[in-house]
Design a binder for this molecule. Structure first.
Ligand code: 4NP
Length: 156
């Protein structure tokens, strides 16, 4: 089983949406026994909380089921997941700090986005639904490419 952890700051907007979108793609490809995913936030502000109502709304708008309870990213996650996917450069730095250094399994979500490679998935927290729709489109594209990468790399 290949295990993937998507990570943002609060674990209520970007990373639970990435998790939900990726889970739906895993199911669509019939890869549920091969790939699993979860999400976490580098901050502890929203531990135990459901995703932001705007995250749920944008997921619902695209018929993507979403269910998650916030958890904080911790060092032990490096042993439990094969891929740690940061939503932005700041999340990545916070993760490196928690892990006491760089890690081979650490990537940026938009390393896999053809349209804006290596850029941040913008934090939609202070904006309106347009920002959440933009995040959805970025995550939909990036997770498509990421799934291709995983399938090729692990001969699925
Ligand atoms: P996320 O968005 O990192 O995509 O979940 C945020 C959620 C909460 C906060 C910031 C960003 N906050 O400051 O509480």
């Amino acid at each position: 089983m290949i295990k993937i952890l998507f990570v943002c700051l609060g674990n209520i907007c970007r990373s639970p949406l990435a998790e939900a979108i990726f889970k739906q793609k895993i199911k669509q490809y019939g890869l549920e026994t091969m790939i699993s995913c979860d999400s976490a936030g580098t901050a502890n502000y929203h531990v135990g909380e459901s995703p932001d109502p705007r995250t749920i709304e944008v997921a619902n708008n695209h018929d993507v089921p979403i269910k998650h309870f916030g958890q904080q990213f911790k060092k032990h996650h490096e042993n439990e997941f094969d891929y740690l996917i940061a939503m932005d450069h700041s999340n990545r730095l916070n993760m490196i700090r928690e892990l006491d250094g760089e890690h081979d399994s650490l990537f940026l979500m938009r390393d896999f986005d053809k349209n804006g490679k290596g850029e941040d998935v913008p934090d939609p927290w202070y904006g309106g639904m347009n920002g959440f729709e933009n995040v959805f489109q970025i995550l939909d594209r990036s997770t498509d490419e990421f799934l291709k990468f995983i399938k090729e790399k692990h001969s699925m």
